[in-house]
Design a protein around this ligand. Sequence first.
Ligand SMILES: Cc1cc2nc3c(=O)[nH]c(=O)nc-3n(C[C@H](O)[C@H](O)[C@H](O)COP(=O)(O)O)c2cc1C
Length: 313
Amino acid sequence: MLEIAYPILQGGMLWLADAGLAATVSNAGGLGVISPMAGMKPRGNPIKNLNTQIAKAKKLTDKPFGVNIPLDLRDCGLLMDVIMEHQVPVVVTAAGDPHLYTELLKSFGTKVIHVVSSAKHARSAEKAGVDVVVAEGVEAAARNGFDETPLFSLIPQVVDAVKIPVIAAGGIVDSRGIAAALALGAEGVQLGTRFVAVKENIAHENYKNAIVGTDEAGTVMTLRSLIPSRSLKNTVFSQVLLGMEQARASTDEIREFMGHAASRRAGLEGDLDNGEAYCGSSVGLIREILSAKEVIERLVDGYSAVVKKLQSS
Ligand SMILES: Cc1cc2nc3c(=O)[nH]c(=O)nc-3n(C[C@H](O)[C@H](O)[C@H](O)COP(=O)(O)O)c2cc1C
C-alpha cells in the first residue's frame, strides 16, 4: 500500500525528523517521515519550514516519504495545504481527531495513517476513513495515551478491533521486536528512539550519547494525568514536572512551563537537565550510533535470523 520495500516507518519527531533523515530512511527501503518543525528556530514558521523540508526531501529521494502532523499543532490546516500542494504520498496524523482532515487528504490521493493508543480510538480512526493505524504502546517515547497500555496487550486488541492494517510502535528497536509485533498481528513497525541515535539525525550529540549510555530503568513517564510523556530521567526536569503534577498545578501552568520549547532544549540544544529528552523504554538495547541505513539493514537481516530460529524451535 505504501510502496516501500520493508514495513518499517521512521516515526515523526517534532524538532528532529528532517528531510535528510527521512530521505535516508526512504532510500534504505523504509518510510521516512518529516516533521513540520524539524530543525526550526524557536520562533520559526512551521509552514515555511515544512515547505522547505519537503522540497529538500524530493531532491534527496525518489522513494515515497511521509509528513507527520500532530493535530494539536497550531495552523494544522495551513500545514495540510503545503502537504497537498506538494502531493506528499503519506501523512501520519496523531494527537487529535482523525475526522478533521482524512477525507480531504484522501481526495488528493494521500494515504493517511493515524496514531492511536487504544482499540476504541482505532475503531474511530477506521470510521474516519484512515488507511492504516499505528498502535502505540506505553513504551513509546514522547506523548502517550492516558490508558498506558503496553504494546504486547495493545497490538492484538487493536488488530481484532479493525479491518485495516496495524503498525506497531513503542519500544521496538531490533528485529526481535519486529518479529514479536508481527506475531501479534501487526503488519509493520514504527521506530522513534532508534532513529534519534543515528548519524543523520540532527539531534544534539549529548542526547544521542545519553541514549547510548542509558539502561532499561532510564526513562520516566511524566504528567500521567495531563499530557503523559516518556522521556529520559533527568534530575531537574522530571523532578520539577513530577512535583508540579503532585502539587496539582493547572494544565495552563504546566503547558507554559513545558511548551514545545522543552523538547527543543534537549533535542537540538543538548541541555538534558533542563529539557525534555523524549525516549522509549527499550533504550537499553541501543548501544551504538549507527547510520539510518545500517539500522534498517540490521533490522531486515536480523528478522530473517529470528524467524529461522523460531522455525527450528
Ligand atoms: C524525539 C521524539 C519526538 C517525537 N515527536 C513526535 C511527534 O512530533 N509526533 C508523533 O506523532 N510522534 C512523535 N514521537 C513518537 C514517535 O513517532 C514514535 O511513535 C515513538 O518514538 C515510538 O516509540 P520508540 O521511541 O520506543 O521507538 C516522537 C518520538 C521521539 C523520540
